[in-house]
Write a protein that binds this ligand. Structure first.
Ligand code: PXP
Length: 240
């Protein structure tokens, strides 16, 4: 069955608009877990626009499922990750001007840096996932660098304007997922997934996990986080 990882970055985004202590990302993580989230995801960005070092330390100490720390391959973030030891890191590319992670990590081009970092994380007992676009070469490079997991970038599927485009993107994702499985990787998917497009994805491509943030936190504004996580979990479970 496909598992659900809940990204809580946007709870921190709201908190940071007022610079105080609410809403608290840790509380969001605990509520999400009690509503059925299988893991919690947060992204410690170099500009600390949402999740802060304090959040990461608190989350690592309190999350009971598993914490996945999304991060760029930058020396100070690698240092923090090795210190706090989340269950898993997810390597993403980062650009200051972007609103959210826009593209997959170029595992083929940045192979040496990736391989070096993967080795450090694995020696520290931290799992490594690499967020890549749905391309064979990227999946293969992530595997060759020593990662155990790839997260396939579902942005192009999520943003498809027509059914034909969405189907073409699903086929690309499926081909990349199969290559990952052939290589013995765990395959996750994420970016732009929501209550309308999740079932189709999971039905066609039974990935081990989907990571979802914006749609869940947005629905939580109206229905509460617990209901928002439960609703998504039910959709993922029924489709997989
Ligand atoms: N996976 C990765 C690698 C991401 O960068 C993000 C966005 O933080 C997500 C999944 C979740 O995307 P969304 O917020 O669109 O659900």
């Amino acid at each position: 069955m496909t598992l659900l990882g809940v990204n809580i970055d946007h709870v921190a985004t709201i908190r940071n608009t007022r610079g105080n202590r609410e809403p608290e990302p840790l509380q969001a993580a605990l509520v999400a877990e009690s509503a059925g989230a299988d893991s919690i995801v947060c992204h410690l960005r170099e500009d600390r626009r949402h999740i802060t070092d304090r959040d990461v330390r608190m989350l690592t100490g309190m999350v009971q499922t598993s914490l996945q720390l999304e991060m760029a391959l930058s020396p100070d973030i690698i240092k923090i990750a090795l210190e706090v030891r989340p269950a898993e890191v997810m390597i993403v590319p980062e650009r200051r001007q972007e609103l959210t992670t826009e593209r997959g990590f170029d595992a083929a081009r940045e192979f040496d840096a990736l391989k070096g970092a993967v080795q450090k994380f694995r020696e520290a007992g931290i799992g490594v996932s690499v967020f890549v676009s749905a391309e064979m070469a990227q999946v293969e490079a992530a595997h060759k660098a020593g990662a155990e997991t790839v997260e396939l970038h579902t942005g192009p599927y999520s943003h498809a304007k027509t059914t034909a485009e969405a189907e073409a993107e699903l086929d690309r994702l499926e081909t990349a997922a199969h290559r990952g499985w052939e290589l013995g990787l765990e395959v996750h998917a994420g970016h732009g997934l929501n209550y309308h497009n999740i079932e189709r994805l999971v039905r066609q491509i039974p990935v081990e996990k989907v990571n979802i943030g914006h749609a869940i936190i947005s629905r939580a504004v109206f229905s509460g986080l617990e209901n928002a996580v439960r609703d998504m979990k039910a959709l993922v479970a029924s489709a997989s």
